[in-house]
Design a protein around this ligand. Structure first.
Ligand code: PAF
Length: 273
């Protein structure tokens, strides 16, 4: 396990063969492990970072309560034959006097950016730093955070990173709930209610197959299902998969993205049509 930026940078610059990188905030679940497996399959070296990035949490979100279990994470990553685990401290990533922030225009202000206005600035900044340290050939990210994936692909393109960012499919629990570290916050009854996210997306797909293409109509049906299961809709949006632009009508290949508050936990999910 490597804690220092300079040591990680030195190791990565000396690596022969391809580097596959998986950035994480730890408390690993099957979703993260699927990214590590994809990296292992495609690249000769795999680097995983574990860093709970304080700057992507809003003031009303409890950073201190974010689940952590470094010993278990290291065990899981060792089993998957990860070559290097980068586990820096906050002081190492943001030393005193730190002043630089990276943002992407427009697509960070919609969807999740509306209710979490500083979130993407934090994500983009830490990922830019990590990419500079590791300089990976490939970076593997989950499609569950679909807006994050598109935003980071835009940043990598705009800032001329050589890294190819690969989106990997959402991993779900047996009953359909998308895997997330935040699922841990759900009480048993909220855990049942949380199925409404996936079920509403399945409903949208069913309606699309019946040739209903009005976004408003589909969003209304999805909202009903979610609200009948004690969910509070933050947003439901039909978007173009590349640009995240709102679509008034569904078309093959578009995505529906949802954010729902269940009890006090905000969950997200999405599905390609
Ligand atoms: O998706 C996450 O876990 C985080 O946003 C990331 C990409 C590791 C940045 O902290």
């Amino acid at each position: 396990m490597i804690n220092s930026v300079s040591e990680m940078q030195k190791i990565c610059s000396g690596i022969k063969g391809t580097i596959g990188f998986v950035p994480t905030m730890g408390y690993l679940h099957e979703g993260h492990l699927s990214l590590v497996r994809a990296a292992r399959k495609q690249c000769s070296n795999v680097v995983v970072s574990i860093f709970v990035n304080p700057y992507q949490f809003s003031p009303n979100e409890d950073l201190a309560l974010y689940p952590r279990n470094i010993d278990r994470d290291v065990k899981l990553l060792t089993e998957l034959e990860v070559d290097f685990i980068f586990f820096p401290t906050e002081q190492e990533m943001y030393p005193e006097g730190y002043k630089t922030w990276v943002t992407v225009d427009k697509i960070t202000q919609i969807l999740c950016g509306r209710s979490r206005p500083t979130h993407f600035r934090g994500v983009i900044t830490i990922v830019t730093k990590l990419m500079n340290i590791v300089d990976p050939d490939y970076m593997f990210m989950g499609e569950k955070d679909f807006q994050q994936l598109v935003v980071l692909q835009q940043m990598a393109k705009d800032l001329n990173f050589r890294t190819k960012i690969i989106g990997c499919p959402i991993v779900r629990e047996e009953d359909g709930l998308a895997m997330s570290s935040r699922n841990k916050y759900l009480s048993p009854s909220a855990r049942k209610d949380a199925l409404c996210l996936h079920n509403s997306l399945l409903l949208s797909k069913k309606l699309f197959k019946q040739e209903i293409i009005s976004s408003n109509k589909i969003i209304a049906e999805m909202s009903n299902l979610i609200e009948n299961n004690n969910g509070i809709v933050d947003y439901i949006e039909v978007v173009d998969s590349q640009t995240l632009k709102h679509l008034a009508e569904l078309r093959t290949g578009c995505r529906i993205l949802v954010a729902v508050i269940i009890e006090n936990t905000r969950l997200i999910d999405n599905m390609e049509m």
